[in-house]
Design a protein around this ligand. Structure first.
Ligand SMILES: Cc1ncc(COP(=O)(O)O)c(C=O)c1O
Length: 373
């Protein structure tokens, strides 16, 4: 587990204690949820859209986990849009073909309006990424990708992007800051949907952008103010509270995911398991080299295609049939049920987010649904 260079404590210990009020007699242990849009003039905080102590406490806890300065946003998409808004007009953006649907849609939309020029690449194909980088202003990495679970060679493609002067952005939502640290591998900015594993309880929306460059952090804060993308006080509180247990939750769900992936790989109703913790998975070597573990997300393809996969998703009792990921509860979803999903995602692909339930319960529920499809 990587440690923040300035802290004597492990990352798991840091996230329990970070972002708290100063340890002084009478101070609360947690920042209270401050429900105020405005503040008495002349103080450190004037107006909530510009940033509050609640936002700052969360940012102070998340930034060091990634090795940078964090800026909190109203959602992952708000953070993504703030990053895109920093790019020059007409920017050439090389982006992973399989990015999260919302990001993919937004980049395509901006391309269609002539605001950026988009080049989509297979992010796991390092040579193809390097070839596409000629004249690029930005490289948009997602790794592992949603929902195809491809793993990029972040150090190699970041170095190639920097060689042509391109900004490197990495969506680290699937891996979490405990799974990999893209800034250490050459990325300039990291994006998180804090809605997912960082918050961890499927109870609010929040986004985070992290950079080690103080000027970029200031620019991101200004984007938050100008785009009106500030997170709410309760959301900041909930996500910081969730972050405290990220180490425990991630360790449990990752261990369960590994067991479930191995059993799925041997199940006759499953034609393919995409999980970088499986020997033989295309992302296995890179995961072993660059990540602390393969994480809690996987995708499977079900024999019988769309109908069979849909039947499985609808017949589990424990796995919740719902979109999103990273919560304490396990989620299952056929991604192509969304019309906006990339048509190259197989119709029979189910995305699985493994939660913290007993892995044997999860397995028996999933195996029953697969057997009955
Ligand atoms: C990888 C990834 N990035 C970004 C987002 C967007 O985050 P949010 O839903 O918080 O706006 C999502 C949402 O599913 C995601 O999966």
């Amino acid at each position: 587990m990587p440690e923040h260079p300035e802290s004597p404590w492990s990352v798991e210990t840091q996230l329990v204690h970070a972002g708290r009020p100063p340890a002084q007699p009478g101070n609360p242990v947690n920042y209270p949820v401050e429900l105020s849009s405005t503040y008495h003039a002349g103080g450190e905080v004037e107006y909530a859209r510009d940033g509050t102590l609640g936002m700052r406490s969360l940012e102070e806890a998340v930034g060091p986990l990634e090795g940078g300065e964090a800026v909190a946003f109203a959602s992952g998409m708000a953070a993504a849009n703030a990053i895109v808004d920093l790019l020059p007009a007409g920017a050439v953006v090389v982006a992973a073909e399989f990015t999260y649907t919302g990001v993919a849609l937004r980049l395509r939309e901006l391309d269609g309006r002539g605001i950026i020029s988009l080049r989509r690449v297979d992010i796991a194909d390092t040579e193809a990424v390097i070839a596409a980088l000629r004249g690029a202003d930005a490289l948009w990495i997602e790794s592992p990708t949603n929902p195809m679970m491809e793993v990029a060679d972040i150090p190699a493609i970041s170095a190639a992007a920097h060689a042509v002067g391109a900004l490197v952005v990495c969506d680290n939502t699937f891996a979490t800051p405990l799974g990999q640290r893209p800034l250490d591998m050459g990325a300039d900015m990291v994006l998180h949907s804090g809605t997912k594993a960082i918050g961890g309880h499927s109870d609010c929306l929040l986004g985070l952008a992290i950079t080690a460059d103080p000027e970029r952090a200031t620019a991101l804060r200004l984007r938050r103010t100008l785009l009106g993308a500030a997170p709410g006080a309760l959301e900041c509180y909930l996500v910081l509270r969730g972050l405290r247990t990220l180490g425990l939750r991630r360790a449990r769900s990752q261990a369960s995911a590994q067991v479930i992936a191995e059993r799925l790989a041997a199940h006759p109703a499953v034609t393919r398991v995409r999980y970088p913790g499986l020997l033989g998975d295309p992302g296995y070597d890179r995961c072993a080299r660059h990540m602390s573990g393969p994480g809690f997300m996987m995708a499977i393809e079900v024999a019988g295609g769309a109908d069979a996969a849909q039947a499985v998703a609808q017949s589990t009792r424990l796995w919740v049939h719902a979109t999103s990921l990273g919560g304490v509860e396990s989620l299952i979803e056929r991604r192509r049920r969304w019309p906006a999903e990339n048509p190259r995602v197989p119709e029979g692909l189910l995305r699985l987010s493994v939660g913290i339930e007993d892995p044997e319960d999860l397995w028996s529920d999933l195996a029953r649904a697969l057997d009955a499809r």
